[in-house]
Design a protein around this ligand. Structure first.
Ligand code: 5AD
Length: 493
């Protein structure tokens, strides 16, 4: 049987898609090659979010193709994922050595298509069509792979995005929002936990929109053991769950602060259902949209102990004017309000974000607003992106595109501010006791073990393989750059 090497660019969703394709091939008897040089099939799972990511994957494929042409004819080459979806046949026109272009709704077809190409039945295959139900096909896992995957697993809960932020290509590469059903997701999580997984990260382009456009919100889900009934009422008697109501259209009614819980969105209903799984220690999710932080979700942080003390909340800009141009749907004040509520619910919550600098029309004043937001919120980390024009997006043709040099200057200034604040926050951990979930040996130094706190800080310590999968208390002895160092020996002294 052939061997495959998959190289992944971009987000965790892409990581998950690659894992599912690898698992699909392994289930058919394929092996995983240790490198692209030793593989019969090389697949690049691509990202389109910025031009840089696309150019990296194209450059990589050019190098692989040159080597294959010269030294190893017969090796099958493929692009999959977001760039495959947005460029389709164009990729083969540009790189004629490529045999397969597999779109974002076709991952489950990978094995069949590769068989057809290898057997000679078909020479080239480009499939970037939409496929109904494809959101439920990302479900196979490779749990015998790396150490990390057996403790912590990603579960895809939905595909697509209907937000249409003016800078973003994702709605065009991932399609309309489609959600899996709660029973389907819970069954996958249960299976993972039964195989030793302790932490699950629920994945989607906008997880807080989960279920808003499908059967969940419409109340046409099959009844679940945890209490969903067709008709939209959740009749749950579990100790973690309060009586809740499916919200059609996703509009949250006002909170009844402190008293009866606010009605819950489908996403919070999913959190409740996953929280029930015995043996599961931690639930993470990414990425939410600030708009999705209704009081029901804040309330979930307060009442669900397995939900980690960590939130990645992409803000994109600190200027209301730019937020509006971006079509984000919230103001700076609303964003800050959410952070305050989250910190009230969980004082130690770690907050990270994404920020774009140099969006078209962003003035010095707008950028100053972003700097001041970073200072006001004190993010634990922020991923900063220089604005990149993406095809078919409204922002690409907006007036007042910001010169590259200014994008770079702003990137540098914001990075300095974010890093300074983060370094201070990391230092505050020194001397404190934290609990981590041990994931396995550190990649950089396998003599050390690595794990993460509930607030998502990486902690390294001298441990051994028997610690893997354990929740361990450590005392933090030192803070490095976005890493903490801990010592189990001095806990409780
Ligand atoms: N240019 C720069 N950054 C972008 N992102 C999305 N689209 C663009 C773009 N055109 C960033 C956003 C998003 C993250 C995943 O990538 O900050 O949250």
């Amino acid at each position: 049987m052939p061997s495959v090497f998959i190289k992944t660019y971009g987000c965790q969703m892409n990581e998950r898609d690659s894992e599912a394709v690898a698992a699909q091939l392994v289930a058919k008897g394929w092996s995983l090659a240790p490198s692209e040089k030793a593989a019969d099939v090389v697949l690049l799972n691509t990202c389109s979010v910025r031009d840089f990511a696309e150019q990296k994957a194209i450059g990589k494929m050019q190098n692989i193709a040159a080597d294959v042409r010269k030294n190893r004819p017969g090796v099958v080459l493929g692009f999959m994922g977001c760039m495959a979806q947005s460029r389709g046949q164009e990729l083969i026109d540009k790189l004629p050595d490529v045999d397969l272009v597999l779109g974002t709704q076709k991952f489950h077809r990978a094995a069949d298509y590769l068989d057809e190409i290898i057997s000679g039945a078909r020479e080239k295959i480009v499939d970037v069509a939409e496929e109904q139900g494809s959101e439920a096909t990302i479900r196979d896992h490779l749990l015998n792979g790396s150490a990390k995957t057996s403790v912590s697993a990603f579960v895809s809960i939905m595909q697509g995005c209907n937000q249409y932020c003016t800078f973003c290509i994702v709605p065009y590469t991932r399609g309309e929002e489609r959600s899996r059903t709660i029973p389907d997701i819970v069954a996958e999580c249960r299976e993972l936990v039964s195989r030793g997984v302790k932490e699950i990260t629920l994945l989607g382009q906008i997880v807080t929109s989960y279920g808003k456009r499908s059967g969940v919100a419409a109340g046409i889900l099959p009844a679940v053991e945890s209490g969903f009934q067709p008709g939209g009422q959740a009749l749950n008697s579990s100790k973690h769950l309060k009586v809740s109501q499916v919200v059609p259209g996703g509009k949250m009614p006002p909170s009844t602060a402190g008293g009866t819980p606010a009605a819950t969105s489908p996403f919070v209903q999913l959190l409740d259902a996953v929280h029930e799984i015995e043996g599961l220690e931690r639930i993470r999710f990414t990425s939410p949209h600030p708009k999705g932080y209704g009081d029901d979700l804040i309330d979930a942080y307060a009442r669900l102990p397995k939900l980690v003390e960590s939130a990645h909340l992409p803000v994109q800009s600190g200027s209301d004017r730019v937020l509006k141009l971006m079509h984000r749907g919230y103001t700076r004040e609303q964003f800050v309000g959410i952070i305050k509520k989250l910190r009230r619910a969980r004082p130690d919550i770690g907050i990270t974000t994404d920020i774009i600098v140099g969006f078209p029309g962003e003035t010095d004043e707008d950028f100053e607003e972003t700097l001041s937001l970073a200072r006001e919120v004190e993010f634990d980390n922020a991923y900063i992106f220089k604005y990149s024009q993406r095809r078919d997006t409204p922002a690409a043709t907006m007036p007042d595109q910001v010169p590259q040099k200014i994008r770079e200057e702003r990137n540098k200034r914001l990075l300095e501010t974010v890093n300074e604040i983060a370094a201070r926050k990391y230092k505050q951990f020194v001397g404190r006791q934290v609990q981590i979930l041990v994931e396995g040996p550190s990649r950089k130094n396998p003599a050390r073990m690595t794990g993460r706190t509930s607030c998502n800080k990486i902690v390294l310590f001298d441990g051994s393989d028997r610690h893997r999968g354990q929740l361990m208390d450590l005392k933090i002895t030192r803070a490095g750059s976005f890493t903490l160092y801990g010592d189990p020996a001095i806990v409780n002294l």
